[in-house]
Design a protein. Structure first.
Length: 260
């Protein structure tokens, strides 16, 4: 994985690119083809997101420049693992990954984090809303439903809930190869502390169970083991085009289930 050194000192955010929806789609198409210029532009276009995340850690004793560098690592991992076919906004996917990267760094360095009263209040409102919605609808609510219930954005709810959880995140490393650490979005297979991680894994296990065996195997290889489509194609002895088609079909089935 390429390493990008990003300096926060002297960065003029007004000069950072603003990426429109069409450009984002085009950039991700090029990134998938290995275009490093497209990847670098996408990174620069999301540095504001990193800056907004690390401001949440103002209570830490760590240097803000260091946290910015760590946040950028989380951003790059999010870019490398994001799949636009999941029909989730990149920022929604990237924020927990950036937060998780910073929190791991703080945990490993022995730094403590002070959670603000406002974040705690937001988190507790979300928890109460979740319980209320579960009792009312007899099913696990989505993050968007919880956000609507408390009158906040999805990102605000994610920030707050992550802030009061233990530093162990769903974005802990599960597969390392040659120095590159891969993460999965949900770690469904890990049942430990399941209740603490409900925000990240709502209904995904049930959605996976609705996939045909081959499609489920492809999703496991791609998103649990972090393999590329080419690696999956070689393992199950079909073409990369077939892997891409089956993966898209599997994601469509999961998306339809999760939004039904």
């Amino acid at each position: 994985m390429a390493v990008y050194k990003v300096e926060i000192c002297g960065v003029n955010t007004s000069k950072l690119p603003l990426l429109g929806a069409e450009e984002k789609e085009e950039l991700f198409r090029r990134i998938r083809e290995g275009d490093q210029e497209a990847r670098e532009r996408y990174i620069k276009g999301n540095l504001r997101l990193v800056l907004s995340v690390i401001q949440r850690f103002s209570g830490s004793s760590e240097n803000i420049d260091d946290l910015f560098q760590i946040g950028c690592i989380g951003l790059m991992k999010a870019i490398d693992n994001f799949n636009p076919d999941m029909m989730v906004k990149f920022s929604t996917y990237a924020v927990p990954m950036i937060v998780g990267e910073v929190r791991r760094y703080l945990r490993d360095s022995g730094s403590s984090i002070r959670v603000s009263r406002s974040l705690r209040d937001t988190a507790y409102k979300a928890i109460y809303a979740r319980e209320s919605l579960m009792k009312k609808n007899s099913k696990e609510p989505t993050i968007m439903e919880i956000a609507d219930e408390v009158g906040m954005s999805r990102e605000e709810v994610v920030y707050a809930l992550d802030a009061i959880q233990s530093p162990v995140s769903l974005y802990e490393p599960i597969y390392t190869d040659g120095g590159d650490t891969l993460y999965v979005m949900d770690q469904i297979s890990d049942k430990k502390n399941r209740e603490e991680r409900w925000i990240e894994q709502i209904s995904l296990n049930e959605a996976m169970n609705r996939l045909p065996e081959r499609e489920r195997h492809i999703i496991e290889l791609r998103f649990y083991e972090g393999k590329t489509q080419m690696e999956v194609a070689k393992e199950i002895e079909i073409s990369q085009a077939q892997v891409s088609r089956l993966e898209k079909n599997a994601l469509r089935i999961m998306r339809n289930y999760l939004t039904s």
